[in-house]
Design a protein around this ligand. Structure first.
Ligand code: C2E
Ligand code: MG
Ligand code: MG
Ligand code: MG
Length: 276
């Protein structure tokens, strides 16, 4: 009985792998035309200052709505876009779109704030990211201090030399650099000194349980102290409750982002939100 169960499980597993592979191929072929079919859009989520009252930034988050599949989660399509290299043209579109939206918002009379965009490691390896950023700023007319770029920790492990050069070129443009999902990557902290970053974003997985989990609370405390001792600012991601916000404020966290304040929203809704 054990043997046949084992075999059935194996066949079941193999079939799932095959289905999974086919689904990826099918999804990728749809993603290849998503940009030209105008199925991609950006949502914007506000970021608040240390008092939780002033909007000091926004994060642009990519959305894909396929005519038949509906919304596909970034967790599913971003990895596909990265593996296929599609993230390069898509990332360029995101940068342009976010800069243009930032200018549109400024034109409504709302005081300028930092518009942040997520960058994939693939964008640092393929294409000319520095040139792409320069062009997005020039075309939109957005001043560089109002553009933020979010990088992940894993990026900072490979291609040290080239990366260091690219990051300092980006820094020279005058844009702001943040490390996203901080704490989930590798614990080599020496890069924080070497790379000219401005900000750490504490991963939401630590914020989520910080009220109950003493380890998570300790981690959040340590990250904030570390950042401040290096002269960096800290943003807490995934703030969902008032208690989390209060605990973070006591720890002198500089900025907040999360559902407690607002969910990511489409451009027009975001402008109304800012005006209200
Ligand atoms: P991220 O950059 O860490 O973005 C934060 C994610 O947390 C977003 O998920 C956001 O909707 C979600 N979030 C914000 N506040 C809360 C909260 O209070 N609770 C919970 N549970 N979640 C919250 P989203 O939009 O699904 O994006 C997932 C990831 O996909 C992003 O994580 C980022 O790594 C990637 N991504 C999104 N847009 C882009 C893009 O334009 N380019 C690249 N390369 N990656 C992107
Ligand atoms: Mg991000
Ligand atoms: Mg994050
Ligand atoms: Mg993330």
């Amino acid at each position: 009985a054990v043997k046949s169960d084992g075999r059935n499980n194996y066949q079941f597993f193999e079939k799932n792998m095959q289905e999974e592979a086919q689904e990826r191929i099918s999804l990728l072929s749809k993603l290849r035309v998503a940009l030209e079919n105008q199925e991609l859009s950006l949502n914007y989520q506000p970021q608040y200052d240390s008092t939780g009252t002033q909007i000091i930034g926004a994060e642009a988050l990519l959305r894909w709505e396929h005519p038949e599949l509906g919304f596909v989660s970034p967790a599913r399509f971003i990895p596909l876009a990265e593996d296929s290299g599609l993230i390069v043209p898509i990332g360029e579109w995101v940068l342009n779109q976010a800069c243009q939206q930032a200018i549109k918002i400024q034109q409504t009379g709302i005081p300028p704030f930092v518009m942040s965009v997520n960058l994939s490691a693939v964008q640092f390896r393929k294409g000319d990211l520095v040139e792409t950023v320069k062009k997005a700023l020039a075309t939109s007319g957005l001043e560089p201090q109002y553009l933020g770029l979010e990088l992940t920790e894993s990026l900072l492990l490979k291609d040290q030399k080239r990366l260091l050069q690219m990051l300092s070129q980006l820094k020279e443009l005058g844009v702001q650099l943040s490390i996203d999902d901080f704490g989930t990557g590798y614990s080599n902290l020496s890069y924080l000194k070497r790379f000219a970053v401005d900000k750490l974003k504490i991963d939401q997985s630590f914020v989520r349980d910080m009220e109950n989990d003493t380890d998570d609370y300790a981690l959040v405390t340590t990250v904030i102290q570390l950042a401040h001792s290096l002269g960096l600012e800290v943003t807490a991601e995934g703030v969902e409750t008032q208690q989390q916000m209060q605990m973070l404020a006591e720890l002198k966290c500089d900025e907040f982002q999360g559902y407690y304040f607002a969910k990511p929203m489409p451009a027009d809704e975001f402008v109304l939100y800012l005006q209200a």
